[in-house]
Design a protein around this ligand. Sequence first.
Ligand SMILES: Cc1cc2nc3c(=O)[nH]c(=O)nc-3n(C[C@H](O)[C@H](O)[C@H](O)COP(=O)(O)O)c2cc1C
Length: 183
Amino acid sequence: MKAIVIYTSTTGFTKKYAEWIAADLGAELAEARDFSKAKGLRPEALPAYDVVIYGGSLHAIGIRGLAKFKPSLPALAGKKVIVFAVGAAPDRKGVPEEVLAANFSPEERSRIRLFYLRGGFDYAKLGLVDKFLMTLLKLKMKNRREDERSPDERGMLASYARPVDFTKRANIDELVAYAKAEI
Ligand SMILES: Cc1cc2nc3c(=O)[nH]c(=O)nc-3n(C[C@H](O)[C@H](O)[C@H](O)COP(=O)(O)O)c2cc1C
């Protein structure tokens, strides 16, 4: 089986999952920004792989870098295409469905399989725009009375002061098993 893992990562959580997945599958690994530049990693080269995996972090429910990956989908008809989204939110029931609905049309949904993997949050490593956006969110959460904040919001507020990392190698097991399974 010939597989490739392409990823976009701002603070390293998606990168960590991409590396683990590539290691388990013996797959090639490529950062998306190098994807179109490097020889052999152009979208037209993707049909040479049996399994194509794209990973990006969640930003206001959108999967980062996905717009650049989507044009490859028609050429990958009949191949196994996996997308994994990495967010700070817990992997609750309904989260993958929500991410799927927000990022893919029904037609696109029939071409891919989505997995949600919990990453973490590292405010200090964010770029200026992201820092600004997350500061707005922090103010919004802080404006709410303490007893009105959800457990997720309390956890999120605490994570601004020091990074939190929820990545676990076992989180990739289902994805890896699906990638290895015969279609
Ligand atoms: C502007 C912004 C928006 C975010 N929106 C979400 C979100 O909607 N859902 C979520 O679970 N995490 C959200 N996050 C958290 C990131 O997805 C999380 O930190 C992820 O692990 C980052 O992965 P990376 O280091 O590979 O970029 C957001 C982070 C930023 C900076």
